[in-house]
Design a protein around this ligand. Structure first.
Ligand code: B12
Ligand code: SF4
Ligand code: SF4
Length: 304
């Protein structure tokens, strides 16, 4: 198969299943790295606070997959999930935002493997700044809230990037841009309770973002009102008010139900391997097991 045909087949097969994708030449990784380094040198990103995220990116793609030639960026629509916790006779229904569930990663990987395997090409998941990648590839656009939007999905989605040694074929690379809808709107700026989104620069003040604070095991800063928490982890404020998300905001699927006893164990910070297997399964199925260390604090804030 010629490279353009293989890339087109990947996009078509993903679309058949409701996903979207693009194949990008590996050369653009250097651009992604430069973009992030530029933000660091301008001190728009605080390297100290951001360290764990920055070290997560794997810009040295050839070390990850020798012979890598393409990046495949994919996107899957995702709902919010509603998890229920029972405590002291009361039920608490709490939101797990889109993105945290990884349930679309494997089906996407299988589709890609099915196509690439037949031409002897390899596939490797890779941690890259996927919003920049998706916007550069043309499948997404930025909102003023720094979140990336895809036509037909709004921002209710999950991105995933893969490396491959397949030839990329022809593709355009676009400069980062903001949706036209943002021109006359500042709903997300007004909705952000911590003022992480500001009018005088595009990049949010990540260190003020509720997600940054409630994904971290550090104590909440004093200025953060616990009542601002709106999700078990992360924050939905700047997405729920966005007019581009209007048709998706009510897309909420039922998640796991944690009994009184299970909720108590979680609130008491019991480690995963000490939890009853069924409780651990529920956490794994909710993709919350990796956040178990911050759940007691976050859940308490929501229960108040
Ligand atoms: C670190 C991180 C965070 C940090 C910092 C986020 C930030 N904006 O800096 C924190 C913890 C705060 C965070 C929060 C959230 N995150 Co987050 N996060 C990440 C992670 C791991 C890396 C992102 C990163 O650091 N990129 C580097 C930065 C600098 O790139 P960037 O934000 O795209 O910024 C570029 C542009 O701003 C551009 N640029 C600069 N100037 C200008 C000017 C203009 C005009 C334009 C157009 C562009 C532009 O250049 C910058 C790069 O240099 C990614 C996963 C991944 N693999 O990418 C998820 C990810 C970005 N997060 C995601 C989500 C969903 C969230 C939350 C909504 C959490 C939630 N669900 O509750 C919030 C949203 C906060 C917000 N409003 O942005 C999703 C985004 C999905 C989407 N639809 O866009 C990702 C992709 C995870 C995933 N796999 O789906 N996140
Ligand atoms: S709320 Fe308005 S300004 Fe913010 S991302 Fe959505 S359309 Fe753009
Ligand atoms: S996720 Fe919440 S705290 Fe972060 S920028 Fe959006 S509204 Fe603000």
């Amino acid at each position: 198969m010629v490279p353009d045909e293989e890339a087109a087949l990947i996009c078509a097969k993903l679309e058949e299943r409701g996903y979207r994708g693009a194949v990008v030449p590996i050369e653009h990784v250097a651009q992604l790295k430069r973009e992030v380094e530029e933000r660091l040198s301008q001190k728009e990103i605080d390297a100290g606070l951001y360290e764990k995220y920055l070290t997560y990116f794997k810009f040295d793609v050839v070390a990850t997959l020798p012979g890598a030639r393409s990046i495949i960026v994919t996107v899957a629509p995702q709902p919010q999930r509603n998890a229920t916790f029972h405590f002291n006779g009361q039920s608490y229904s709490v939101i797990i935002p889109p993105t945290y569930y990884h349930d679309t990663d494997n089906p996407i990987r299988e589709i890609l493997q099915g196509i690439l395997g037949s031409s002897g090409c390899q596939l490797h998941p890779i941690a890259l700044p996927v919003k920049l990648l998706a916007v550069g590839s043309g499948i997404a656009e930025y909102g003023k809230n720094n979140i990336a939007y895809v036509e037909g999905m709004g921002s209710f989605l999950r991105f995933k990037a893969f490396l491959s040694d397949m030839p990329p074929g022809r593709s355009d690379w676009l400069e980062p841009r903001v949706m036209d809808e943002c021109d006359s709107c500042k709903a997300c700026l007004n909705a952000c309770l911590t003022r992480a989104i500001v009018p005088d620069r595009f990049l949010i003040h990540a260190e003020r973002c509720i997600t940054f604070l409630n994904e971290s095991t550090d104590e909440f800063p004093e200025w953060l009102d616990p009542a601002w928490h709106n999700s078990l982890i992360g924050c939905m404020k700047c997405q729920l008010v966005c007019p581009v998300n209007k048709q998706f905001v009510k897309w909420v699927e039922q998640g796991e139900d944690f009994t009184e006893a299970e909720t108590e164990l979680i609130l008491n910070g019991v480690l995963l391997d000490r939890l009853p297997p069924e409780t651990a399964h529920k956490l794994n199925r909710s993709y919350m097991a990796e956040y178990l260390d911050v759940l007691p604090r976050n859940l308490r804030a929501l229960m108040k």
